[in-house]
Design a protein around this ligand. Structure first.
Ligand code: DGL
Length: 293
């Protein structure tokens, strides 16, 4: 029996993590929930993030998942520990993976993060980076420079405008803080931001490292690094090696069309054959998710 992975985000952002997990664990089943009706999460309160997270995890658990990936930095920054407490299966978040990636790729370097307003306000990245530094010799420590909130990014990505002039203008505005602080490595601290890699690269130039923690999270899933919650070890296979087509389903709380249009930029033409708008399925109890548009 292959393990079943549950994953959620406010919208298409978590697809960057879904893609990495599918590449690393091609035989696993994946149930993805994009809460597009309530996106963006970046301006939500901790209380709202907890309610949404609990509802969605309840839905994923009702689909018998073995592990939940919170493919959203905002929810990870604010309510990961609380969600772990109420969830019967291991829960993996984004922040630890991002700092581990920065520690590996940019030891001793000037590191900053681009993230949502709520993530920046939480201070979660700085806290985790400080812990990381405490456990390491001087030369390997991360030199924290800046945490920049980027509220214009997520609506642009959700609207399928990642390659637009507006996206470039927003990247230029937010990238200024990175350039001004001479930051050498930037954590993409929101799962939507890898969609904007082109715009960010154009503004930041070729030398700034852009760190997308998606594959690091996929490794956490593959190797059972769940913060000691429960040891599950998934089989980590070479891409495409004798794999059956993965059993993947995407659920969205808002428009399936918008999700499909924005998502297929990343996932390619085959995307969304099994895209289901919650409420349209008779055999699934989606009452766990209340929609308050
Ligand atoms: N993609 C999510 C994150 O990583 C949520 C962004 C949002 O909805 O504002 O933070």
């Amino acid at each position: 029996m292959q393990p079943k992975i549950g994953m959620f985000d406010s919208g298409v952002g978590g697809l960057t993590v879904a893609r990495a997990v599918r590449e690393r664990l091609p035989q696993s089943s994946l149930i993805y929930f994009g809460d597009t009706a309530r996106a963006p999460y970046g301006c939500r309160s901790k209380e709202e993030l907890m309610v949404f997270g609990q509802e969605i995890i309840g839905f994923l658990i009702s689909r018998q998942v073995d592990v939940v990936v919170v493919a959203c930095n905002t929810s990870s920054a604010h309510v990961l520990e609380e969600l772990r407490e109420v969830c019967s299966v291991p829960v993996i978040g984004m922040i630890d993976a991002a700092i581990a990636l920065a520690g590996r790729c940019a030891p001793g370097k000037r590191v900053g993060v681009l993230a949502t307003e709520a993530t920046v306000a939480s201070g979660a990245f700085e806290r985790r980076a400080m812990q990381w530094n405490e456990e390491r010799p001087e030369a390997e420590r991360l030199v924290w420079t800046v945490s920049q909130a980027c509220p214009r990014f997520v609506p642009l990505v959700e609207a399928g405008l990642s390659d637009s002039a507006e996206a470039l203008a927003a990247a230029r505005a937010y990238g200024e803080a990175i350039l001004r602080t001479k930051t050498e490595a930037v954590i993409l601290g929101c799962t939507h931001y890898p969609f904007l890699r082109g715009a960010l690269r154009a503004c930041l130039g070729p030398d700034v490292l852009l760190l997308d923690p998606a594959d690091e999270v996929a490794k956490f899933v593959a190797h059972g690094a769940f913060g000691g919650v429960r040891g599950l070890r998934f089989e980590d296979r070479e891409i495409g090696q004798g794999a059956e087509p993965p059993n993947v389903r995407y659920y969205v709380s808002g428009s399936t069309d918008l999700f499909w249009q924005a998502g297929r930029v990343l996932m390619g033409e085959g995307f969304a054959r099994e895209l289901v708008r919650q409420g349209q399925l008779n055999d699934v109890d989606v009452g766990m998710v209340r929609i308050q548009p």
